[in-house]
Design a protein around this ligand. Structure first.
Ligand code: HEC
Ligand code: HEC
Ligand code: HEC
Ligand code: HEC
Ligand code: HEC
Ligand code: HEC
Ligand code: HEC
Ligand code: HEC
Ligand code: HEC
Length: 384
């Protein structure tokens, strides 16, 4: 019984604060008697649990030597979604109904979380099932005890809407992915979220989901990633607000790089490709506006460095200049390409058209001749 001596020390400490010195023993036993008495009539009410657990000094020492505070902030709890809906302590703590509690067998602080989080499964079976496929569960099963479970992201006793404000989402992930979160906050997407509370930009869960996080480093995730970006970047309603072109997917796909990725994604969804996807050129968590000098595609120098990752032989600006980026050729951009295209647009239909007219008129002439010949067989015979 690890708990026994702790509970007495704790109760002593609590009692010492509230009562004159001599009344200590009486207070402790009265406390226990009260708790045990209530247990006989069924599980304790929230108020009864809280009568002990709102004591800020209530704590136990775990076998690892770490302290475990047993304080529950009643105000936070009542303000939480579960407190508001009158979910009882014992609906999650199903193994506890009175006092003394059954002995706990935690090894360390993390073990407290890992042994208790499945309490959520009881009412949120769907969310729980989803997390079973998540990268976090994969990591946990592989022995990484730091991978996120329900209460890491939602807390146990202060659960509120995880998306209000929306900046809460990256802040939740930042607890463990701080470098990525820092990069995101400075990206064009993150800046818009944190500065303007912009509802149109993606947060972590738009790209990864919250509960069913798949491995983002696989070939299939990579091949499908252009569609992920295109979801928003081809949406005229969203992009017109920012005067951003919605042509980026079309031009990417018609480009020699994108054509291959597109074909590949359809035919070999799990095979790796060495052709660039959107984030090879723009970055992932650190995407910048193309007019920001820090953008991977902003200046010819940056762009060249970006291309050189795969084209190490490209050393001059002419390499990047020879590529049309997301532009379609026009009289302003790439006029030579535009006029050559235009020339072919006119020349090819003209040539084919002329050819068709020629063939049609030839067929017409022959048919007419045959018909005429059929009508006048005698003359033809004479001639023959
Ligand atoms: C009489 C005071 C008292 C009451 C009432 C009480 N607790 Fe506790 N609780 C403690 C003390 C002391 C500990 C320290 C460990 C122990 O004694 O088991 C503790 C430990 C805990 C723990 C951590 C250890 C474990 O078993 O997981 C949880 C969780 C807990 N209590 C929940 C509750 C809930 C839920 C209720 C209401 C059903 C409740 N307590 C009612 C005093 C109390
Ligand atoms: C929605 C489910 C849920 C409800 C409701 C709930 N708990 Fe908990 N509680 C948990 C989980 C999960 C843990 C483990 C949390 C952790 O450490 O990550 C926990 C841990 C605890 C602990 C151990 C200390 C700690 O914070 O880890 C105490 C004490 C406790 N709960 C008391 C209470 C009391 C008292 C109530 C009612 C006012 C209550 N709980 C209501 C889920 C719940
Ligand atoms: C990695 C962090 C993380 C973990 C782990 C996690 N959640 Fe969530 N959860 C979120 C975020 C963020 C949202 C907000 C919705 C969104 O962005 O998709 C959310 C939304 C929810 C919602 C409300 C919306 C809905 O989908 O029904 C519930 C309920 C929920 N989570 C329960 C759980 C339970 C139960 C577990 C454990 C089995 C869990 N969550 C694990 C981060 C997490
Ligand atoms: C006794 C049933 C019950 C248990 C156990 C339970 N919940 Fe809930 N939870 C609810 C109900 C009811 C709602 C409100 C309806 C809904 O969103 O499903 C809710 C809502 C939520 C929400 C959405 C909050 C919002 O404002 O959108 C989250 C997140 C959540 N619970 C997380 C958890 C976590 C984490 C646990 C485990 C520590 C847990 N729940 C355990 C009943 C429960
Ligand atoms: C409690 C800590 C914690 C929190 C909170 C957390 N994660 Fe994780 N996450 C981990 C750990 C640990 C891993 C496994 C790392 C590894 O295997 O390298 C991981 C892995 C991942 C992976 C897979 C990485 C890979 O290389 O395959 C993704 C994606 C991910 N987390 C996204 C998120 C998102 C999105 C959120 C917020 C909604 C979040 N995480 C919240 C701890 C956390
Ligand atoms: C616009 C979509 C998008 C957003 C927003 C996003 N990610 Fe990612 N994330 C990706 C892609 C794509 C990859 C794969 C990158 C690669 O393979 O180089 C990735 C990779 C990861 C990885 C694993 C690889 C690594 O770099 O360690 C983790 C962990 C991760 N993201 C967490 C997060 C977190 C946390 C946030 C929010 C702060 C977030 N992501 C926001 C698209 C996104
Ligand atoms: C949820 C919708 C959404 C997703 C998904 C998304 N974006 Fe964005 N993106 C936006 C919005 C909205 C803006 C405009 C933000 C602003 O300017 O305030 C933006 C801005 C940009 C910009 C800056 C454009 C400029 O002004 O120069 C680039 C580059 C960009 N996104 C690339 C990507 C890439 C690459 C991906 C995929 C990895 C992606 N985005 C995924 C919504 C999205
Ligand atoms: C080979 C590198 C490369 C790839 C792959 C690429 N881009 Fe770009 N992208 C660029 C360059 C360079 C620019 C800057 C064009 C300019 O000079 O204005 C740009 C500009 C943009 C802009 C800003 C457009 C505007 O109107 O301001 C967006 C948004 C964008 N790209 C999204 C995407 C998306 C989404 C994908 C994938 C479908 C993608 N990019 C693939 C190099 C690339
Ligand atoms: C992720 C790697 C990657 C990045 C980044 C990349 N490319 Fe490519 N690129 C390729 C591959 C692979 C091919 C196909 C080569 C082949 O088939 O021989 C290719 C082909 C080309 C070609 C066709 C001619 C040739 O050499 O076969 C041009 C032009 C080109 N890329 C320009 C660029 C420019 C400009 C950039 C930077 C804006 C860039 N690429 C960035 C991987 C990349």
């Amino acid at each position: 019984m690890t708990g026994l001596c702790e509970q007495i020390t704790v109760a002593k400490r609590a009692a010492r604060r509230l009562l004159p010195f001599g009344a200590l023993l009486i207070a402790v036993s009265a406390f226990m008697g009260f708790a045990l008495g209530v247990q006989a009539q069924g599980p304790l009410s929230d108020q009864e649990c809280l009568s002990c657990h709102t004591n800020p000094d209530l704590a136990m020492t775990l076998p690892s030597g770490e302290p475990l505070s047993l304080y529950v902030d009643a105000e936070n709890y009542h303000a939480s979604i579960h407190g508001t809906l009158k979910v009882q302590c014992v609906q999650c703590h199903t193994d506890i109904s009175g006092y003394p509690h059954p002995p706990a067998n935690y090894t360390d602080r993390r073990d407290v979380t890992l042994q208790n989080y499945r309490a959520c499964e009881g009412c949120h079976a769907d969310n729980y099932r989803q997390t079973l496929d998540s990268m976090h569960q994969v990591a946990l099963a592989g022995g990484n005890r730091n991978a996120a479970v329900c209460t890491d992201c939602h807390t146990a006793h202060a659960v509120t809407d995880p998306t209000t404000p929306r900046t809460r989402i990256p802040q939740t992930c930042a607890q463990c992915h701080s470098a990525i979160s820092d990069a995101y906050i400075q990206s064009v997407h993150g800046e818009a979220l944190f500065n303007d509370n912009n509802p149109d930009v993606p947060t972590c869960t738009d790209c990864h989901s919250a509960h069913r996080i798949s491995n983002p480093t696989t070939a299939s995730f990579r091949l499908q990633s252009p569609e992920l970006c295109a979801d928003c970047h081809t949406d005229q309603n969203i992009m017109s607000k920012y005067a951003i072109s919605t042509n980026v997917l079309n031009t990417y796909i018609s480009d020699f790089h994108g054509t291959t990725v597109e074909l590949f994604a359809k035919q070999h969804p799990d095979q790796a490709t060495n052709k660039p996807v959107c984030y090879d050129c723009h970055g992932v968590h650190n995407i910048k506006s193309v007019s920001d000098p820090a953008s991977m595609v902003a200046t010819q120098e940056n762009l060249l460095v970006t291309c050189q990752r795969c084209h190490p032989d490209a050393t001059t600006a002419s390499f990047t200049a020879a590529w049309m980026s997301h532009y379609e050729a026009s009289p302003d951009k790439y006029p030579l390409v535009y006029y050559v295209n235009l020339f072919y647009w006119i020349l090819i239909p003209l040539t084919i058209g002329a050819l068709l007219i020629f063939i049609a008129s030839d067929v017409y002439r022959r048919v007419r001749q045959r018909l005429a010949a059929a009508k006048t067989p005698a003359i033809q015979k004479d001639e023959g």
